[in-house]
Design a protein around this ligand. Structure first.
Ligand SMILES: Nc1ncnc2c1ncn2[C@@H]1O[C@H](COP(=O)(O)OP(=O)(O)OP(=O)(O)O)[C@@H](O)[C@H]1O
Length: 267
């Protein structure tokens, strides 16, 4: 059975349709890539999955995540779902972090909430779990960094902390919305490798959103390409990214190749 089912999803404001008739599924442990240029509706789709759409946008269709109907669900049901089934890592980790709180305490927050549900939230258990998570996300020099504030560490280190906070909930689905766009190329590669290792090791499904075809090709098993709020093509990543059927996907793939060639100095 699918972990996430999105069926004929349409997202609209009072006067504009932003996402139209979108359908896809993600199986437990599957890595799914959502590709498309800026403004194609990728982020709104991910916000709809977690029930976090801006008020002005009304969803219709069906979203079922881990057995829960998301559209029309109460805030209480959505809160529970976000705690146990889904967590999101955003493009800019600063948006997920409290600027006034040391990083270690920020990771401890979701850890404590999860352990409380099973009645094991002693200070020692929380500290042990925070250390385990910082090891998992390969945060360097944890003694120092866990006591530091967000502005005192690098962008890559902040993203590692945001990933640790997402993992703290033990989600079944991790949504990564352009998680490497704000980082330099070397750090991008490290974070992509880290995310891949983590979801594989923990059996977490991944909804990976990006306009970068190279990165999506590295991460996703299946992809869907969006344009102007609609799906233009979907299928196995290898097929869509090397032998696309749709004209728009073909133009995206050709542009990405030209960019790679230019970077490598090929004529
Ligand atoms: N609160 C809102 N009210 C009205 N329109 C919105 C709102 N949020 C986003 N939109 C519009 O919805 C469309 C899709 O936006 P979305 O952020 O999902 O695109 P995206 O594919 O994620 O782009 P990017 O890669 O730049 O984040 C855009 O045209 C955007 O301007």
């Amino acid at each position: 059975m699918a972990l996430l089912t999105v069926e004929t999803l349409t997202l609209a404001t009072a006067d504009t349709v932003l996402v139209e008739d979108l359908s896809f599924t993600i199986a437990p442990g599957e890595r799914f890539g959502l590709i498309g240029e800026s403004g194609s509706g990728k982020s709104l789709t991910s916000l709809a999955v977690t029930g976090l759409l801006p008020r002005a946008i009304t969803p219709s269709g069906r979203i079922v995540l881990d057995g829960t109907e998301v559209i029309g669900a109460s805030e209480r049901a959505l809160g529970a779902l976000r705690g146990r089934a889904v967590a999101t890592v955003f493009q800019e980790p600063l948006t997920a972090l409290d600027p006034l709180m040391p990083l270690g305490r920020q990771i401890a927050g979701p850890v404590r909430r999860r352990l409380k549900r099973t009645g094991e939230a002693s200070a020692a258990a929380v500290t042990a779990e925070v250390r385990k998570l910082t090891d998992q996300v390969r945060l360097p020099d944890p003694e120092r960094l866990l006591g530091a504030y967000p502005h005192e560490v690098s962008g890559g280190q902040r993203q590692r902390v945001a990933i640790a906070m997402a993992l703290a909930c033990r989600p079944k689905l991790l949504i990564a919305d352009e998680p490497t766009t704000a980082l330099d190329v070397t750090t991008q590669a490290e974070i992509v490798t880290l995310l891949l290792d983590l979801v594989r090791d923990e059996g977490i499904a991944l909804l990976f959103i990006s306009h970068d075809l190279g990165v999506v090709g590295q991460v996703a098993e299946r992809v869907m390409v969006m344009r102007n709020g609609r799906a233009v093509e979907s299928g196995p990543a290898g097929q869509v990214l090397t032998a696309p059927r749709d004209d728009y996907t073909r133009s995206l793939v050709a542009a990405a190749r030209r960019f790679d060639d230019a970077l490598e100095g090929r004529p």
